[in-house]
Design a protein around this ligand. Structure first.
Ligand code: DGL
Length: 236
């Protein structure tokens, strides 16, 4: 019987795609969502700066009495999850992994393309994941895309940019989304491939992991609770 909220953070709107999965799966839980707008984008920052930003977010959420933290950001997960776990021992921390593994499982004879931020492409954790794919995942770092998505009120205006970005990977068999912001353009990606491509993201995996951890640590809210979501943002 634990009514404390689950804290979810990202650099901006991207993590809302993860929050949506978590809240749908765990409708009886209370959530706090933190958009770290002051530090958006994470993907062009150094490892030290991403760790500092993620630490600040986790600190705010723990200060709000959160019983668990979901890092709804691939960049912060790949760069800082071990550090955050070390700093907040006793608070379960769930990360968002670029969806390389589910993508690999579905490939036939071709390759999958992983769309990620620059910082994710540089991280040791992600490089290891890609190495394990045995060359079947091609990495396509995107230095500007997350910020464009964050700032565009009309996402359809991004279509020409997205089409140009995907042109070199026209023959890919599947797409792994490695940044939570990219979920907002997944329909556009699908359209580029004429509707005939599988797109994977880590959101449902993160929600499943959260559900498991809350049960395993005896921290779940009662099933009759009417869950809630509160939104916060850092400002420059
Ligand atoms: N949404 C984040 C991710 O999943 C970070 C985007 C950014 O701030 O660069 O990687």
């Amino acid at each position: 019987m634990d009514f404390r909220p689950v804290g979810v953070f990202d650099s901006g709107i991207g993590g809302l795609s993860v929050l949506r999965e978590c809240a749908a799966r765990l409708a009886h839980e209370n959530f706090v969502y933190l958009a770290d707008k002051a530090n958006m984008p994470y993907g062009t920052k150094s490892e030290a700066d991403i760790k500092a930003a993620a630490l600040n977010c986790a600190d705010i959420l723990v200060g709000m009495n959160c019983k668990a933290i979901v890092i709804a950001c691939n960049t912060a997960t790949e760069t800082a999850i071990d550090y955050i776990r070390d700093m907040f021992k006793g608070v379960p921390v769930v990360g968002l992994e670029p969806a390389v593994k589910p993508c690999l499982r579905e490939l036939e004879s071709g390759y999958g393309v992983a769309l990620v931020t620059e910082a994710t492409s540089r991280s040791e954790r992600f490089k290891k994941l890609v190495k394990e794919s045995g060359g079947r995942i091609v990495v396509a770092p995107q230095p500007r895309l997350a910020k464009l998505i964050e700032e565009s009120d009309d996402k359809s205006a991004l279509r020409p940019y997205v089409e140009k970005m995907l042109e070199p990977y026209r023959d890919a068999e599947a797409v792994a989304l490695g940044c939570s912001h990219y979920s907002f353009i997944s329909d556009m990606i699908k359209d580029f491939y004429g509707g005939k491509i599988k797109i994977y993201d880590g959101a449902s995996g993160a929600a499943a992991r959260l559900a498991y951890i809350l049960q395993a640590t005896d921290c779940a809210a009662p099933s009759e609770n009417n869950g809630s979501v509160r939104f916060y943002s850092t400002t420059k």
